[in-house]
Design a protein around this ligand. Sequence first.
Ligand code: NAD
Length: 260
Amino acid sequence: ETTLQGKVALVTGAGSGIGKASAIRLAQAGAKVGLVDLKEHHSEKVKQEIESLGGEAVVSDTDVSDPTRVEESVKKVVEQWGRLDIVYANAGINGKVAPIEDLAPEEWDQTLTTNLKSTFLAVKYAIPHMKKAGGSIIITSSINGNRTFSGFGMSAYSASKAGQMAFGKMAALELARYHIRVNIICPGAIETNISQNTFKDKKDLEKIKIPVKYPEGSQPLEHKAGQPEQVAELVHFLSSDASSHITGTEVFIDGAESLL
Ligand code: NAD
């Protein structure tokens, strides 16, 4: 069953890219959606888009690395609709791209906190509300969690994405008793703001000898970066009862980019 009628979802990083497309897709399938993003990337426009499609959404301006704010945003959704069925821990940054010897400890921390600690926080604060009825948690990792993507410069990002994979599997094991499924999505290059923000100055990358592959990607399947809407279809499937026997798995969505 792929309808999400009567279900409530929380999506982090919902103001842009994969999170935005997924929030809209879940709403189209009938879910009510809590939209979590930074204040400056507020999700008001996404809320309006969902409402224009006849759906319901609430916005929560939240830094996903702040435990108090994450707990509050979960509560906001539960207070609004009385339940929580789907959590999509998706917010993330590429962070500082630099060779390891030039990467500052604070830059390492920022990437790990924004991508990995945030995933732990979203799951942690959702569990009490999902325990009774079960549900589905989805985590956006990356193909970079399993291999390096462009030689070097993204050690912190890759470590955070590998951490999300390991954490997601442990969560799947631990939460199976509550019928909460946990799955990890590993996209290849997807056309969103994340790559533009990091790789906007290609000359800088050349200076530190990082081969530039983004944003074109080089997928054997389509020879171009994937679209957020293609990832949103997978998020919808993993959110729905159509995937009721799938948990603790990594799903690569990359047009075979990771096989190159
Ligand atoms: P995006 O930049 O379009 O969207 C990411 C969103 O997360 C933004 O709206 C941003 O404001 C939000 N965000 C960042 N830090 C936050 C914080 N501290 N608190 C709250 N919100 C925060 O990028 P995207 O490509 O849609 O990225 C979504 C996820 O997909 C990320 O985890 C990213 O690592 C992953 N991913 C992306 C690609 C790609 O090629 N685009 C590939 C693999 C994995």
